[in-house]
Design a protein around this ligand. Structure first.
Ligand code: FES
Ligand code: FES
Length: 159
């Protein structure tokens, strides 16, 4: 007998999605496999690396640590929703301009975490910026260019 499947609905990047998934299905697998949104990456699958970071009702979450059912009826933003009409968001442009990615594996999660920080609209000093961005792991860049990119957008120097 197959496992019970649940009918769930989310709004992802402004678009309504209805899916049927097993209760044990994670949010990140559901985004990638059921919704076709493969921009959100899967790294460690246990909440350490942050590659799977998305915004859930405006707050960053690790989509590998959530079951899809926990996001039922909620608003999700993923990296696919950042560019508008073919134009990068200010953060995407700043990552490009500052060479803030190498392999790019961490980049979707970094961008979503930084989007939350920028849109939060409160002052962010360099210590807090480092602390927040250090919660996502990057094995390539050494972080400095990521910090420069986010700092520029926080300071209104990009976009
Ligand atoms: S894949 Fe979710 S935190 Fe690493
Ligand atoms: S750019 Fe490769 S892990 Fe960050």
């Amino acid at each position: 007998m197959g496992a019970e499947r649940l009918a769930l609905a989310f709004n992802i990047n402004g678009v309504d999605h209805e899916v049927e998934v097993e209760a044990r299905r994670t949010l990140v697998d559901t985004l990638r496999d059921s919704c076709g949104l493969t921009g959100t990456h899967i790294g460690c699958e246990h909440g350490v690396c942050g590659a799977c970071t998305v915004l859930l009702d405006g707050l960053p979450v690790r989509a590998c640590l959530m079951f899809a059912v926990q996001a039922d009826g909620r608003r999700i933003r993923t990296v696919e929703g950042l560019a508008r009409n073919g134009a990068y968001s200010a953060l995407q442009q700043a990552f490009h301009d500052h060479h803030a990615l190498q392999c790019g594996f961490c980049t979707p999660g970094m961008l979503m975490l930084a989007t939350w920080l920028v849109e939060r609209g409160t002052p962010v000093d360099d210590d807090e910026l480092r602390e927040v961005m250090a919660s996502n792991l990057c094995r390539c860049t050494g972080y400095l260019n990521i910090l420069k990119a986010v700092r520029d957008v926080l300071d209104g120097e990009s976009g």
